[in-house]
Design a protein around this ligand. Structure first.
Ligand code: MG
Length: 614
C-alpha cells in the first residue's frame, strides 16, 4: 500500500509540512487548500517542491458545497470547479475531493446531486482528472457513506468515484457492509484513514479536534483496512487528521507518528506480519547526574535500601542494585546522560528493556522509523544499542543469554559492605509524565514497537486540576507504564514537566513481599505523609482489622482491594521531581491503587508548597 498525508494533519508552513512528510517516508500528500491559499509562492512552486522531495500530490481538497444547489449557486460552483481544475494542472494532481454539501441552500434530491456530479466528472474527463465524492458526517442530506455511494452509482461516470474516510464512517456508526458487499474496487477514488477516541459529542466538534492516527484511538480502523485489503485494495492510504495537539507539535514528529501508524495498520492486516519480539522486563533505569547534584537522589535511594554494587569499567557510572532492580547513575561527561542532565537536571535519561530477540527488535525499531542512537563504547565494552524514546530519553535493548547480564561485562563488582536491602524485588511499574502533545505519541510508541496493550484513559483528580492517565503494558504484564498528562498548570504532572523541562519518568514503583518490613526500614522522614482522614475513610470502606489499620497509619501505607486481591503501597517524598513507590500485591490484584492517587497528589502538593515556601 502507498502512504500519504493530508497537509492539514501536521503543523507548519507548506514547505515545512512537505519536508516533514518526505523525511518521514511518505509517498504522497493531499494539498489542503488553505495551505495553498496562504502559501506565498505559485502552485507550480509547490509542484516543484513536491517533485524535489519525491512526493506525489495525490489530491487537492476539499471542494465544498457543490452538488444539488439551486441557481445562482449552481452556475457559480461550476465556474469555481473550472478554476480549481486549472490549479490542479499547475499542481500536477489528478484527483479532486468533493465533500458532501452542508449549505443551507442544498436541495434534498439524490438524482440532482448525481446529475451535478456526472456533469463535473465529464468536465474532469476532458482534463484527465478524477472526482471523488465523500460523505461528511455532518453533511446536510448526505452524511453516511452508503448514501454517498448511492449518489455515485446514480452519477454513473468512469471519472467519478467514492472517497472513504474511516472517521466519518465510524463517527456515524456506519458498518462496513456496503463497502464489503457493494462497492467495487475501481469505484474507490481515495481512502482516508483517521481514528478517534470513543467520545459522545456533537460530530463536527468531535471531528475538528479529536481525530488521531489509526491505532491511537478506539475506532475499528483495522477492520476497515482489512476489508479494503480483502477486496484487493492496494492504493494510497492517506491520513486526514484534525487534532489540536498535532497542530501545535513538531511537524516531523507527527509525520513520523503518522508513518508509524500506517506501518502498524499494514502489519495488523497482512497475512504475514513480521516477528514481534517480546519485551520481558525492565533491565535498568538510568539517571543523569553530575558531581554532587545527585546527592539528594542517592540519599533517597540509600534509604530505600539501594547501594552501589558495581562500578563501570571505564566510565563514571555506578550501578545500584537490590533484588532484581538495577538503577544506573551516570556522571560521565561527553555522554548522552550529560546532555540530558544539562537540559533537564537530575533526571531519568534512559530505560533499558530486556528482549527475547535483540536483532529482531532492532529491525523492528528501524521499520518503525525510530532513530538509532550511537553511543561510544570503550574497548571491550558492550555497545548497548539504543533508540530515541519519549522526550529526550533513550531506550536501550539487552538480551539475557543464560544468566548473563549487562553488568557482567561493563561493570566491576564492588566489595559489598553489609546488606542494606529493604526487600525490594523488581520494578513493578514506572510512570512517564508527558506534555499533552506527547500523550498519544508516547502510548502509541509502546503499542506499535513493542506490541504493548494500551488501556483507555482515566481521569485522576489532582487538587489543582485533572490528570489524564493511561497504562501501556506488556502482554504478560511484567512491564507496566502509566503515562500521565495534564493541562492544569499547578497539577503534579505539570509541576514535573516544568521542573524537568519536558516529558520524562516521574515515578518508579518497586515491588516487595512484606510492605511493613520495607516501610519500617525506610527513614520516616523520607516517606510521603498521609492524612488521618484517609485512614478513617479506609476503615469505613473496608472495615480493616484495627491493628492492621494502625500499622498502615503509622507507616503511611495506603490500601486498595478488589475481587482479585489486595494492594498495599507507600510513597517517598520527591527528589528532583521524581518519587518512588513501594507496592505489595496479593492474589492477582492487577491495578495501581488508582483510588488513592488523589490522596497522594494532595500530599505531594502540600509537600511541594511547604518546600517551595509558596
Ligand atoms: Mg476526509
Amino acid at each position: 500500500m502507498k502512504t500519504a498525508l493530508a497537509t492539514v494533519t501536521i503543523s507548519g508552513s507548506l514547505q515545512e509540512k512537505l519536508r516533514a512528510a518526505a523525511k518521514a517516508g511518505f509517498d504522497g500528500i493531499e494539498i489542503f487548500e488553505n495551505d495553498l491559499t496562504q502559501f506565498d509562492g505559485t502552485p507550480r512552486d509547490v509542484r516543484q517542491m513536491a517533485d524535489d522531495l519525491g512526493l506525489e500530490i495525490i489530491a487537492l481538497q476539499p471542494f465544498r458545497d457543490f452538488e444539488a444547489m439551486p441557481e445562482p449557486w449552481r452556475t457559480q460552483n461550476f465556474y469555481r470547479a473550472q478554476r480549481k481544475f486549472e490549479l490542479m494542472h499547475e499542481l500536477g494532481t489528478k484527483r479532486m475531493l468533493i465533500c458532501s454539501n452542508v449549505s443551507p441552500h442544498v436541495i434534498d434530491d439524490r438524482d440532482r446531486a448525481a446529475a451535478d456530479l456526472h456533469e463535473l466528472a465529464e468536465m474532469a474527463r476532458h482534463e484527465g482528472f478524477m472526482i471523488g465524492y465523500e460523505a461528511l458526517a455532518w453533511g446536510r442530506y448526505v452524511a453516511d457513506y452508503d448514501v454517498a455511494w448511492d449518489i455515485v452509482k446514480r452519477g454513473d461516470h468512469p471519472n467519478l468515484g467514492i472517497i472513504l474516510d474511516s472517521f466519518h464512517m465510524f463517527a456515524r456508526g456506519n458498518t462496513l457492509d456496503v463497502l464489503r458487499d457493494e462497492i467495487p474496487l475501481e469505484k474507490i477514488a481515495l481512502v482516508q484513514v483517521a481514528d478517534a477516541p470513543s467520545l459522545q459529542m456533537e460530530v463536527l466538534h468531535y471531528s475538528r479536534h479529536f481525530r488521531c492516527f489509526p491505532g491511537q484511538g478506539d475506532l475499528p480502523v483495522v477492520e476497515f483496512v482489512q476489508c479494503l485489503r480483502d477486496k484487493g485494495f492496494d492504493d494510497y492510504l492517506s491520513h486526514e487528521i484534525f487534532n489540536d495537539e498535532f497542530r501545535s507539535s513538531s511537524p516531523l514528529e507527527k509525520a513520523v507518528d503518522g508513518m508509524r501508524s500506517l506501518i502498524w495498520l499494514d502489519e495488523q492486516t497482512t497475512a504475514t506480519p513480521p516477528p514481534q519480539p517480546e519485551i520481558t522486563d525492565v533491565e535498568f533505569i538510568e539517571f543523569a547526574v553530575e558531581g554532587d547534584s545527585g546527592a539528594e537522589l542517592e540519599q533517597l535511594l540509600q534509604n530505600l535500601g539501594f547501594h552501589e554494587t558495581h562500578k563501570h569499567r571505564s566510565k563514571n557510572v555506578s550501578l545500584m542494585r537490590q533484588g532484581d532492580i538495577n538503577l544506573v547513575l551516570n556522571r560521565e561527561p561527553l555522554s548522552q546522560a550529560h546532555e540530558h542532565y544539562q537540559a533537564h537536571g537530575v533526571s531519568v535519561c534512559a530505560l533499558a528493556f530486556a528482549t527475547t530477540d535483540l536483532s529482531a527488535m532492532l529491525a523492528r525499531t528501524e521499520r518503525y522509523r525510530s532513530s538509532r542512537f550511537a553511543n561510544q563504547a570503550g574497548p571491550g565494552e558492550l555497545n548497548i544499542p539504543a533508540i530515541r524514546g519519549i522526550g529526550d530519553s533513550l531506550v536501550y535493548f539487552v538480551e539475557r543469554p543464560g544468566n548473563f547480564r549487562f553488568f557482567d561485562i561493563d561493570f566491576v563488582p564492588l566489595n559489598e559492605d553489609g546488606n542494606s536491602a529493604v526487600g525490594l524485588q523488581r520494578i513493578d511499574h514506572f510512570g512517564q509524565t508527558v506534555s499533552n502533545t506527547d500523550f498519544l505519541s508516547a502510548s502509541f510508541f509502546y503499542k506499535s514497537l513493542f506490541g504493548f496493550d494500551v488501556e483507555a484513559s482515566t481521569d485522576l483528580p489532582d487538587i489543582y486540576g485533572l490528570v489524564v492517565s493511561r497504562v501501556a503494558k506488556s502482554k504478560d504484564g511484567r512491564v507496566r507504564i502509566p503515562i500521565n498528562m495534564t493541562a492544569a498548570r499547578e497539577a503534579s504532572a505539570q509541576r514535573f514537566i516544568h521542573k524537568s523541562k519536558g516529558s520524562g519518568v516521574q515515578q518508579i514503583a518497586f515491588s516487595c513481599d512484606d510492605i511493613f518490613a520495607s516501610a519500617e526500614a525506610v527513614s520516616a522522614d523520607q516517606l510521603l505523609p498521609m492524612p488521618e482522614n484517609y485512614y478513617r475513610d479506609l476503615d469505613a470502606r473496608f472495615a480493616l482489622d484495627p491493628e492492621l489499620l494502625q500499622r498502615m497509619r503509622s507507616l503511611n501505607i495506603l490500601y486498595d482491594r478488589n475481587d482479585d486481591g489486595e494492594f498495599f503501597h507507600f510513597y517517598t517524598r520527591e527528589a528532583h521531581g521524581v518519587f518512588f513507590e513501594v507496592v505489595q500485591r496479593t492474589g492477582s490484584y492487577d491495578r495501581y491503587g488508582e483510588a488513592n492517587s488523589h490522596i497522594r497528589m494532595a500530599s505531594q502538593a502540600r509537600q511541594y508548597r511547604r518546600e517551595e515556601g509558596v
